[in-house]
Design a binder for this molecule. Structure first.
Ligand SMILES: *[C@@H]1O[C@H](CO)[C@@H](O)[C@H](O)[C@H]1NC(C)=O
Length: 430
């Protein structure tokens, strides 16, 4: 992808909005919720797979579980339909129609049900002539589709980019955003144009992106494996100088859904995806069957400290700052601020699979890039995966040592401290 990149010089619609990002009041923090695609794909045979097919039943079942399993109260509040909900034909007025067998009561009914649970309702369409799975796309129907989504009380719209020209699509995404705005209903706008441009060697125009979309997919679809999580993570670290500055309140880079709770990730690998997505200030959209998530994975997903880091009000996307013997160190500045120093969420992410847990020993200033201002004497360190552990303290000139399980991650919050009395220096010896 690296060579042959060109800057897109597309003619785009005049943008008069002078604010930095899209100003629809939504997504001030990374959106959280649930989305069907990664786990349920385009399963449409409800006779064979009644619990898995893309249907009213599936989304009602997930909405119920969002509440009963505690996800809603932890902050996961969107329930989003992805592809394969449509009928193959629009109605006589050109309006979209949900598949009548799988959504017998229509979409407004489903929206009402989801809203009655204190949740929000998300839907999917495509900027081109067809959706990725071949259902009717929006091309030539932008106005009526924006109206239809507003009538159905939709809160979140993901617009995919299949069957569309990757240059022209920018104008179309901008136009559709304006039409969404004209409906008067605030709807979170999730765009996919960057991934289609990047796959074709075009650098997306982030200034237009930020003014148009609340979040956007930067890279390919995630799959149910650690290697897929690693591939996306590598895209984010390889391109961090370019993409990181454009993420923030109201407009987020999106590495795609969390796949925790499915078939592919071990417990350690689940910690790894959750830690990296949290450092990236990524939207936390689950794609799994909430009924079969094990208690220990559910515990990770409902970890309040980690959610609080993801939802930090500064909304700064973190960076890969160093790699030591295949242990990646990812760092994200968060609140609280102590004097002028911010707290840092720091993940140690292992790319090792050589059996034993691997210990890394780092210096706070040289390796972690923490402040050496004289009034900060050290850091209070909180283990985000186990907040029942007593916090420990590391002096500014001391070492911090942590041992990471193969393919896993350890995740800490480093809070700046003034005048600390010293205790141990390693994670393991207190
Ligand atoms: C439409 O755009 C204006 C100007 O950016 C904004 O103030 C308003 O909240 C938007 N409305 C909706 C429904 O998105």
């Amino acid at each position: 992808m690296k060579c042959g990149l060109i800057i897109a010089t597309v003619g785009f619609l005049a943008i008069t909005n002078v604010t930095l990002g899209l100003d629809n009041g939504l997504a001030r923090k990374p959106p959280m919720g649930w989305m069907s695609w990664e786990r349920f794909r385009c399963i449409t045979d409800c006779d064979k797979y009644p619990d898995e097919c893309i249907s009213e039943q599936l989304f009602k079942r997930m909405a119920d579980l969002m509440v009963s399993e505690g996800y809603r109260d932890a902050g996961y509040d969107y329930v989003n339909i992805d592809d394969c909900w449509l009928s193959m034909n629009r109605d006589d007025n050109g309006k979209l129609v949900a598949d009548p067998t799988r959504f017998p009561n229509g979409m407004k009914h489903l929206a009402d049900y989801i809203h009655s649970k204190g949740l929000k309702f998300g839907m999917y369409q495509d900027i081109g002539t067809k959706t990725c799975a071949g259902y009717p796309g929006m091309k030539d129907y932008f106005e009526i589709d924006a109206q239809t989504f507003a009538e159905w009380d939709v809160d979140f719209i993901k617009i995919d980019g299949c069957y569309a020209d990757e240059i022209q699509m920018v104008n179309d995404y901008v136009l559709f955003g304006e039409l969404m705005n004209k409906t008067g209903r605030p709807m979170l706008y999730s765009c996919s144009w960057p991934v289609y441009q990047e796959y074709n060697g075009i650098i997306p125009n982030y200034e237009i992106l930020k003014k148009t979309c609340n979040m956007w997919r930067n890279w390919g679809d995630i799959e149910d494996s650690h290697s897929s999580v690693e591939t996306i993570t590598r895209y984010f670290s390889d391109n961090q100088e370019r993409i990181q500055p454009h993420s923030g309140p109201g407009h987020w880079n999106d590495p795609d859904t969390l796949v925790l709770g499915n078939y592919g990730l071990s417990y350690e690998q689940s910690k790894s995806q959750l830690a990296v997505w949290t450092v990236l200030a990524a939207p936390l959209l689950l794609s799994n069957d909430l009924a079969t998530v094990t208690p220990e994975i559910r515990g990770l997903l409902l970890n309040k400290e980690i959610i609080a880091v993801n939802q930090d009000a500064l909304g700064i996307q973190g960076l890969l700052v160093k790699t030591i013997n295949k242990i990646e160190i990812w760092k994200r500045p968060i609140l609280p601020r102590v004097k002028d120093e911010l707290t840092q969420a720091i993940a140690f992410v292992s790319r090792r699979a050589d059996g034993a847990p691997y210990a890394v020993r780092v210096k706070l200033i040289d390796d972690l890039g923490l402040s050496n201002k004289t009034y900060i004497n050290g850091y209070k360190v909180i283990d985000l995966f186990d907040v029942t552990r007593k916090p420990f303290f590391v002096r500014m000139d001391g070492h911090f040592e942590t041992r990471i399980n193969p393919t896993g991650a350890n995740f800490y919050k480093f809070v700046p401290k003034l005048n600390i009395i010293l205790r141990g220096v390693t994670d393991t010896d207190y």
